[in-house]
Design a binder for this molecule. Sequence first.
Ligand code: 5GP
Length: 114
Amino acid sequence: MYNENNIFAKIIKGQIPCEKVYEDKNVLFFNDINPMAKIHVLGIPKIFCVDFSDFILKSEDSIVSDFFKKTEMVIDTLGIRETGYKIFSNSGVNGGQEVPHFHIHILGGEKVKL
Ligand code: 5GP
């Protein structure tokens, strides 16, 4: 069950500020407040979904495709396509997810120690 009071829902609604990297009508990419590498960007779809599975199961194919195409575009914009990066998404208790709105982590800018 999606809880609209989570921090990323508030960021989407503009109720909490963030350092935006890229935004359009479907997606938002912004800097993580507690970076684990020189570059640590979070990417979220604006559709309200709890985790990866919820996003895939409730979204049109075009929305899913758009999200991952935009993720690659942001990777290029960050200048880390050639040097490499790590992308991942935590889900649920066993995945160690803290914020219950689907998000992808993009880490790079240095050798990522994870
Ligand atoms: P999770 O553990 O859910 O995969 O990751 C949540 C991430 O959100 C963490 O890396 C954490 O630093 C980041 N985060 C939590 N609250 C905020 C916030 O208010 N603003 C930003 N920009 N990042 C946040």
